[in-house]
Design a protein around this ligand. Sequence first.
Ligand SMILES: [Zn+2]
Length: 376
Amino acid sequence: MNSVELIQSLQTLKTEGNPVTTVYLDVSTSQQLRSAEIVVNNLFKQKKEKTFYKNLSDEEKRSVDKDVEGIIKFLNNQLGGARQSFMIISSARVYVWQVVHIGFPVENMMVIQDRPYLRPFLEGMSQERNYAIVLVDQGKGKILVNHLGHKEELLDVINLIPDDTTDGGFGGMDERKNERRREEAVSKHYKNIAGQLEQLDATYRFDWIILGGLRESMSDFESFLRPDIKHKIFRKLSIDPNLSIDKVFQLIDKEIPECRHMFEGDLLNMLANEFHKNYKGVSGIRHVEEALQQGQVDTLMIQDSFQTKGRVCKWCLHTTTDSDDLCSECGHPMERTLDITDELIHIALDTSARIEFVSTEMGTFSPISAILRYRR
Ligand SMILES: [Zn+2]
């Protein structure tokens, strides 16, 4: 399952208003895993003091108790080994149970509300991004990916270059023939890697691709790539395809901030274009909310770490930073929310919009903007 499908499946978990317990836990060391039970119990103790929990019916409280029991049981059953973080979503009353292994660090937290709490996951995904590293030379091909923060090798092929046939001959005939056979074998090899890369891109939808190898091999290989894939190559580095996966990720690590910057630059350019030239953009909480409500949003863009308190109507999902007691749209009472953007994210997910947290300064489009599906 790729990250887009995963997010969609998390969003469509049906909990029908029942309380959902979401836990994020850093378990990257065995010490952290051992103390996970204590951490979860402490987080739960704090949550019991919160209004949301206090206002639950006895039956709903029992459901949350079961969530926490289940989470602790799950954690105690984990053996040591390489892992980074967990996101666990549970709603015992409606039999919802989901564990996602996350390859990047998270802040320990527990949220009990009427739906999964996905913001830290989405924000982490925006920071971490999905990308591929392709390493090629005439005799070797490798594809490594970074997906949900997990670093994996998905392709490792060796090209057997045909031996020279040296059964005599004059005038360099055999030499030319050998040369041609070698070239054909190398072309076939590059074509194969290019095809595999296209397939992986269809599954993972890479944000960018880093190409590595010998200079000459890289440009030969590039001629076999489809234009849209070629367009995703942000960096070309001379890296030995025989290096270990850890070493390769170490080498490219310093390139990542600049790649992310380029990727976000493209997003912001697209937003500015759609906004100014095509009237397919909106900016500001109010306008974005309106567009979300009408299912018009294609991509929701939020300045990294922006959040703001406000009120939300649980009937029509209207949000406001004002302290209105009654909804200006439908007249129902408004409820306080710690984070309006979380409400907006929720509507975005419900209407299959893409969500991007942007670390680059968004300028006039800060803190929240959207690219629309249609012209206004
Ligand atoms: Zn309302």
